[in-house]
Design a protein around this ligand. Structure first.
Ligand SMILES: C[S@@+](CC[C@H](N)C(=O)[O-])C[C@H]1O[C@@H](n2cnc3c(N)ncnc32)[C@H](O)[C@@H]1O
Length: 298
């Protein structure tokens, strides 16, 4: 099995696959200047940068991932520790889904969503399988919960979604054997800061319009005060001589809080890179926008 197949096993809002080449410019500078790197991703989401970096840079000796979403983190643990059992359940879900016509698929999706929300699945692996099934069959692969923490994304329309992706899950499992998996607020990952540590930080983006808000990864959201906490966190990393690369939305030119990040991160390098954002549910409103890459790497 080739470890090079490792890539996100879930579709995740804000996924960084399309920005990898830009982010890699910083990664390559950081990874070429030291022999033993500790890589920390404090808001891992789908982990596009994690899987890329761990396959490309063998001098990353230690890796730590963190996210506040407990179900996402349980899914990472299931992929790491029980890939075969997870794949068996996913294969069953995939067969049951594919047997059905369009109307029945929607009913099946809703009943799986109810099970996921109401009954705790019998084991962590089973719950991870429900999580991955819903991610692959829901609208746009979104993860959205209401204020009570209930997953409420409607059914998506895909002809043949890959619910049971053997190659990806087995390759990811292989890569994750050397990764420590944490669940909580990003601030706790400060513990790993040292001159050998490289952080990739990809927080929920600050909304670029009053209606485009997508911070509902958790029922707590991520507001301006969290963005300011993250700025202090970056200051702390810099004091420990750790390096960081931070992604965020480019609110300049939108007329909404313009200058917010330029002011907040005036002491660091700010680069604007082109990206097409997929958060807007109306296809015609998705376009080329710039995003920010902020770093203390020279
Ligand atoms: C933009 S996404 C990360 C996308 C990821 N880079 C990818 O490629 O898929 C932001 C992530 O931050 C997590 N998150 C939100 N608030 C957080 C917090 N306070 N601490 C840690 N993680 C948080 C969300 O659950 C979400 O997975």
């Amino acid at each position: 099995m080739s470890a090079n197949l490792a890539k996100p096993f879930v579709k995740w809002a804000g996924g960084k696959t399309q920005l990898l080449s830009e982010i890699d410019k910083y990664l390559s500078i950081a990874c070429s200047s030291r022999r033993n790197i500790t890589y920390v991703e404090s808001f891992v989401g789908g982990g596009a940068v994690l899987f890329w970096a761990l396959q490309k840079y063998p001098n990353i000796e230690r890796a730590i991932i963190n996210d506040i979403n407990p179900d996402l983190i349980s899914a990472y643990k299931a992929v790491k520790y029980a890939p075969t059992e997870l794949l068996q359940i996913l294969e069953r879900f995939q067969k049951e889904y594919f047997l059905r016509d369009e109307v029945e698929r929607k009913e099946y999706y809703l009943s799986q969503r109810d099970i996921y929300n109401n009954i705790s699945a019998s084991s962590d692996v089973e719950r991870a399988a429900y999580f991955i099934f819903l991610n692959k069959t829901c609208f746009n692969g979104l993860y959205r919960v209401n204020s009570k923490g209930v997953f409420n994304v409607p059914h998506g329309r895909y002809n043949a979604p890959t619910i049971c992706d053997y190659d990806t899950i087995l390759s990811d499992s292989c890569i994750l054997q050397n990764v420590e998996i944490l669940c909580g607020d990003f601030n706790a990952t400060m513990d790993f800061a040292s001159p050998d540590t490289l952080y990739y930080l990809d927080p929920p983006y600050k909304p670029i319009t009053k209606t485009s808000s997508f911070c509902a990864y958790t029922s707590m959201g991520f507001d301006d005060s969290d963005q300011m906490r993250l700025r202090s966190f970056c200051g702390g990393l810099t004091e420990h001589e750790a390096r960081f690369i931070l992604s965020n939305s480019d609110v300049a030119e939108t007329g909404l809080n313009e200058g917010f990040f330029d002011n907040l991160y005036m002491d660091y390098n700010i680069r604007r890179v082109a990206a097409s954002r997929m958060i807007n549910s109306k296809a015609d409103k998705r376009g080329k926008l710039s995003e920010l890459l902020i770093s203390n790497i020279q």
